[in-house]
Ligand binder design. Structure first.
Ligand SMILES: Nc1nc2c(c(=O)[nH]1)N[C@H]1C(S)=C(S)[C@@H](COP(=O)(O)OP(=O)(O)OC[C@H]3O[C@@H](n4cnc5c(N)ncnc54)[C@H](O)[C@@H]3O)O[C@H]1N2
Ligand code: MOO
Length: 464
């Protein structure tokens, strides 16, 4: 009795435990799963930092430029005073007490005297403390805040002078004063409104020391590597990648040159390595249809095998062919003789129903791929990849789905159908042919009785 497809995949996911944790250098960690979450050693930014090349100022202008800070400099030892400005580079620490940074293109400096200019008027100097046009100095007030500050995570606003107004207290003033206002302050005629905190990346606004940035079980991607490096990590704790040994069986198989009557090219051996994402391939052994040779390989008695791989070091042995009931199909008999625990013996799916999953007494897993090449791919996606994901410690991710029309579901079996990323079947999907899979972006999982609707997509190159 064949097992339902979803149960077979779940059985493979639960057939093993994640392998041990190992510490690896960042440069080696791509493709592994995190065995512990990535923590932030220190807050980011670690101090208040300028998001623009410009001038850090305090209080209303005009300001006197009293210093300069460039990227890489320490936090200035002096606190900025009211009416003072520091020239700051993007990424440089701003002096304690800074209210905001005015981008350099909105500044005019004569000697040490800094005033703001209006970029919309081509740099025409404007009185720094008056603006009688409706809308005031909207440049400094509302346009794109490159500091992207979440509210409530800023640290220095309490240092504001009496000219600085907290949000909601700006509505009743009149006259030509300069007001510094927290983010999203309303525009008000007759005043120069500077947005408090603008263009300052406040200490800890990205994350705080001790925050978990990426949880355990996550795939180490390029972005995770960059994030971890930025957070101060030199190594990561990851799960060891499963080691896989492959056995390709079949008297009829050729390994080079064109096929001919009675002889076919091995299509599975060349396909497998790039399907084993998140695993290390120890090697591939080619065997005749000989149960003794297969038993020797699985029990790693391989003294007389010229191209033998080290089966004893494998976490998973993948066999290709010999899953069926023909005279040369001896995998099940060999596994029984080795006292293997057969977890999955046949799956209600098309193609690939003879696929198999077993655990040898010493704990090594065996995944039996049917000999028909598309059936073998179906077994990789159904049994092998879920098993490798669990061994490698990967968290199962939510499925990718798409809407699929009625493609002719089977009444009892799940169909695995090659489709484009927009859910269009590409055809050419006979069990013995990889043509359809080669043209496809994914394999759609079409459940029994499906007549159109959302289906899961299995991709070939994903770690989970
Ligand atoms: N009486 C039955 N016969 C078959 C059944 C069945 O239920 N009852 N199931 C069929 C299905 S479905 C499949 S799939 C295959 C599985 O066969 P095996 O896993 O035993 O594999 P073989 O018999 O060795 O080969 C099947 C087919 O695939 C070709 N082959 C094998 N290995 C490769 C390879 N590495 N590269 C390319 N092609 C390969 C082989 O030449 C055969 O044509 O059993 C059906 N039979
Ligand atoms: O499992 Mo198969 O359907 O002949 O490939």
């Amino acid at each position: 009795m064949n097992m339902p497809w979803t149960l077979a995949r779940q059985t493979a996911l639960e057939a093993a435990k994640p392998l041990e944790a190992v510490e690896v250098a960042l440069a080696e960690a791509a493709g592994f799963a995190l065995a512990s979450g990535v923590q932030a050693f220190v807050s980011q930014p670690s101090c208040d930092t300028s998001a623009m090349d410009g001038y850090a100022v305090r209080g209303p202008g005009p300001w006197t430029v009293v210093g300069r800070v460039t990227a890489g400099d320490p936090v200035p030892g002096v606190r900025i005073g009211a009416g003072e400005a520091f020239a700051v580079a993007t990424g440089a620490p701003v002096p304690d007490g800074s209210d905001l940074v005015i981008p350099v293109e909105l500044c005019s400096v004569e000697g040490t005297r800094l005033i703001q200019v209006d970029a919309r008027t081509g740099g025409r100097h404007r009185g720094c403390d008056t603006d009688h046009r409706p809308g005031g100095n909207a440049d400094l007030q509302t346009s794109g805040d490159t500091s992207h500050q979440p509210s409530g995570r800023t640290g220095h606003q309490s240092g504001a002078t009496t000219n600085l107004q907290p949000s909601g207290q700006t509505g009743h003033q009149s006259g030509a004063t300069t007001n510094l206002q927290p983010g999203n302050a309303s525009r008000r005629p007759g005043a120069t409104n500077l947005q408090l905190g603008k263009h300052i990346r406040r200490r800890g606004e990205d994350w705080s020391a001790g925050d978990e940035l990426v949880p355990a079980g996550s795939l180490v991607t390029a972005a995770v590597l960059g994030l971890a490096a930025g957070a101060g990590h030199d190594t990561l704790l990851v799960h060891r990648r499963p080691r896989v040994a492959v056995v390709v069986t079949g008297d009829e198989l050729l390994h080079s040159g064109p096929p001919r009557p009675g002889r076919v090219r091995d299509a599975i051996g060349p396909m497998l390595p790039s399907l084993l994402t998140g695993a290390d391939l120890l090697g591939t052994t080619h065997l005749r249809d000989d149960p003794a040779a297969l038993a020797d390989a699985l029990s790693f008695d391989q003294a007389d095998q010229a191209d033998a791989v080290t089966f004893d070091q494998a976490d998973v042995i993948v066999t290709c062919g010999a899953t069926s009931v023909g005279p040369a199909d001896h995998l099940r008999r060999v596994l029984a003789d080795l006292d293997a625990d057969i977890l999955v013996s046949g799956v209600a799916c098309r193609p690939g129903h003879p696929m198999l999953l077993a655990v040898l007494p010493d704990g090594r897993c065996v995944v039996g791929l049917p000999g028909n090449p598309f059936a073998a791919l179906a077994a990789v996606l159904t049994l092998l990849n879920p098993l490798l994901n669990t061994l490698g410690g990967h968290t199962t991710r939510p499925p990718i789905t798409t809407w699929l029309p009625d493609v002719g579901a089977h009444p009892e079996d799940t169909r695995l159908v090659p489709v484009t990323r927009s859910g269009v079947p590409v055809g050419h999907d006979r069990p013995g042919s990889l043509w359809g899979a080669a043209l496809a972006d994914a394999i759609a999982v079409v459940p029994p009785g499906h007549h159109g609707g959302e289906v899961e997509l299995l991709t070939f190159a994903s770690a989970s």
